[in-house]
Design a protein around this ligand. Structure first.
Ligand SMILES: [Zn+2]
Ligand SMILES: [Zn+2]
Length: 719
């Protein structure tokens, strides 16, 4: 076959049909005499159709995942070859690239019968498949994609077919005919087993799942039932203890679960133990929900009870619930160590999504490395009050016996916190507080020992950083509470000192429960799981309380009453309404949690006169005022800030509109903005664009755009 040296000589192929695969394309040898690749040129918009086609290969049904990705922006290259990429993605068959058999030589399926111990964490999907291809969106012709097929066969390093019906090494009767079980179904089945759902229900869902890939017959059903039963047995017998020695056990776990480890540093004389866990699913969720959105931290969990404390990174999912997307187990909070794992995590997200960017990072610990966060994630840092609030409330309830005193103490602490913005001297307020409640010896002892030495640091952090809302705090707290319930259930108390046990708990039970929650919601299945998941934050529970159930004390704003929805004869008293430090007498609140009654009451107070605005709002106002008072000496910077502010205003306006509307359709219909912005991207710098913008904004925007393009012209002249 002739070798073609220029992309221009390769015909563009656009096979008919919804999907197509490599067999539908004519492949060209592209390159030089020394090195050529098998390539084909297809329209960029048909890349998905090609990938779907490749997945439904009859002999080796599979999925492909992005193993590596890179992106560059238009205009970033001065000179380039005709095969240079704008976007580069390496797709790998999901049965590879790793071979997770120990030692690398033996496939897990062969060892299957020999040792069923702890198979759970690695289902039979890793088989060292080498099938992979590259998709390059061409820099010179972005409407086209160059497909480079590096290995078209689904074989392992030794050249043997390693999965699918032709896999000769599959063991057991009928193994070759076993229907392909994709990751999603496998994960679903595993999750259900971990959550203790009865086997017959699991089987039913499992069969539903595989029938999407193959027909239904008695054989398929019986194989499926064997599979589910076997997986159940494996999981039941699996143990966190891979070795008696915890450290050795963890080392083995890391070796076997490389895909779920984004950073690992073993204990040594010079280094502290650090283990960063993130499954592929968590990575996807972090990329998906963290992009241009918030990431939050639940830090220093279990500092007293676990061998090493746990640090969790959370994103807010489509229901604004906190979803754990990475876990870091370490005792070291040294800047160097934190920067190591943080950078690794960030780079990991960037490797699958080159443009991945976080808009804000919520911290809950005033001692956090704020500069580091700003450097690595390149975004503002916000502070969430939930941890302080929770510790105070729990200790007040525990250490003071009289409910009236409890209310008053909590309220006073709130007043001190609020005065942080009023310009009042907080230390005077604190002194007064300590002397007023000096008879509450148990609480004061705790407060003096734990908080007095560092309260100034916490207050100044709160002053310096924007504050997160009570809803965000509630979401983080909901994760924290769930984690606690899973980890500290009594049967495992002896295991708290083992890291392998913690890892096992996180990656099996907790991971499964979040996976199933999301799956139930997105696929609208498992209705009870879905309902429970939706109601899992106080905020969502608060939304179910009608306004009419809340009665305010109009005169002195001292309290509010919330009528119980379940039992109308029951009311809860919320003391200090309209404050983050409102105190409710329901049992959920008495455990230190932010309860639905407080959230509901505060939601109502927010819109009423005579109540103070929430702390997060005060802090927001402070940020804006601060911005306004700064002299801006650089005119281009002023233009830019103007453009950004305008963008933010637009976004807020749209959000408010959406929020207030009962029918999204009417809002969407009046939204020509989408098209406007598309045009703007293509015709940057053209004056006609400003005509399409709503009146009022047009001037400011077009000035910025024009100025920018003028600058660009100047730069290009200089070259
Ligand atoms: Zn493969
Ligand atoms: Zn309550």
């Amino acid at each position: 076959m002739a070798i073609i040296e220029s992309i221009a000589d390769i015909p563009v192929q656009d096979p008919s049909g919804e999907d197509f695969c490599s067999a539908d394309l004519t492949w060209t040898k592209f390159g030089t005499a020394e090195h050529q690749d098998d390539v084909a040129l297809i329209p960029y918009e048909r890349v998905d159709a090609f990938i779907i086609g490749e997945c439904s290969n009859v002999e080796c049904p599979t999925r492909f995942h992005i193993e590596r990705g890179r992106k560059r922006s238009m205009g970033s290259l001065k000179e380039y070859k005709d095969d240079e990429y704008l976007e580069y993605r390496l797709y790998w068959c999901s049965f590879g690239p790793e071979n997770y058999g120990e030692g690398g030589g033996i496939l897990p399926s062969r060892r299957y019968r020999l040792n069923t111990r702890n198979r759970a964490a690695r289902p039979q999907s890793m088989r060292g498949c080498t099938c992979h291809f590259v998709i390059k969106r061409l820099y010179a012709r972005p409407s086209l994609a160059l497909v480079i097929y590096n290995e078209r066969r689904h074989v392992n390093k030794s050249g043997f077919v390693c999965h699918g019906p032709l896999d000769r090494d599959a063991i057991g009767p009928g193994a070759k005919k076993i229907p392909y079980i994709c990751n999603e179904i496998q994960q679903q089945t595993m999750s259900m087993i971990y959550l203790g759902i009865p086997e017959e229900n699991i089987l039913e869902k499992h069969i539903e799942g595989i029938q999407r890939y193959c027909g239904s017959n008695a054989k398929v059903k019986s194989l499926a039932s064997q599979y589910v039963h076997k997986l159940g047995m494996i999981i039941k017998r699996s143990t966190h203890e891979l070795d008696l020695d915890d450290q050795a056990s963890i080392r083995m776990w890391v070796e076997r679960n490389k895909k779920s480890v984004f950073f690992y540093q073993d204990t040594s004389e010079s280094d502290a133990f650090i283990l960063g866990i993130q499954t592929e699913w968590q990575l996807q969720q972090m990329v998906r929900f963290g992009h241009r959105s918030l990431v939050a931290a639940d830090s220093t969990f279990g500092i007293k009870r676990l061998k090493y404390p746990l640090f969790t990174l959370l994103v807010f999912d489509s229901r604004e619930h906190a979803l754990p997307v990475a876990w870091v187990i370490t005792r070291s909070f040294a800047k160097l160590d934190v920067s190591k794992w943080m950078k690794a995590l960030f780079d990991r997200a960037r490797s699958v999504e080159p443009g991945w960017k976080v808009s804000g990072f919520l911290i809950d610990d005033a001692a956090a490395e704020i500069d580091l966060l700003r450097d690595i994630f390149g975004c503002p840092v916000l502070f969430s009050l939930w941890r302080v609030r929770r510790s105070w409330l729990r200790n007040i309830v525990k250490k003071c016996s009289n409910v009236e005193v409890q209310r008053e103490i909590f309220k006073r602490l709130g007043t001190v916190m609020y005065s942080n913005w009023g310009g009042a001297n907080t230390s005077v307020g604190l002194e007064q507080f300590v002397s007023d409640f000096v008879d509450q010896t148990a609480f004061m002892e705790y407060f003096r020992a734990t908080w007095v030495p560092k309260i100034e640091m916490w207050l100044s952090t709160m002053r310096a950083l924007p504050l997160a809302s009570q809803e965000a705090s509630g979401a983080i707290e909901a994760y924290h509470v769930k984690l606690k319930a899973k980890l500290f259930d009594d049967s495992h108390l002896g295991a708290l000192q083992r890291v392998d046990w913690l890892v096992h708990k996180l990656t099996t039970e907790l991971h499964s429960s979040y996976w199933l929650d999301r799956y139930a919601d997105e696929s609208d299945s498992f209705q009870n799981v879905k309902e429970e998941y939706i109601a899992s934050t106080s905020w969502h529970r608060a939304l179910l309380i009608p306004d009419s159930a809340v009665i305010l004390d109009d005169k002195n704003h001292l309290f509010a009453k919330v009528q119980s929805q379940k039992d109308s004869s029951l009311t809860h008293l919320v003391w200090n309404p309209g404050s983050e430090f409102a105190f409710c007498d329901c049992s959920w609140s008495m455990q230190g949690n932010l309860c639905k009654h407080v959230i509901k009451v505060n939601m109502i107070c927010e819109n009423l006169q005579g109540y103070q605005p929430s702390m997060s709002f005060q802090s927001f106002k402070e940020v804006l005022m601060d911005l306004q008072s700064k002299p801006l000496d650089d005119s281009i910077a002023l233009d830019l800030s103007m453009a950004w502010t305008q963008q933010i205003l637009d976004q807020i306006q749209k959000l408010v509109e959406l929020n207030n509307s009962s029918d999204i359709g009417t809002v969407v219909n009046t939204m020509p903005l989408k098209w406007v912005s598309k045009k703007r991207r293509t015709y940057v710098g053209k004056r006609s664009v400003s005509l399409a913008l709503p009146p009022g904004n047009s001037n400011a925007k077009s000035v910025v755009v024009r100025k920018k393009s003028r600058k660009r012209k100047r730069v290009s002249r200089l070259r």
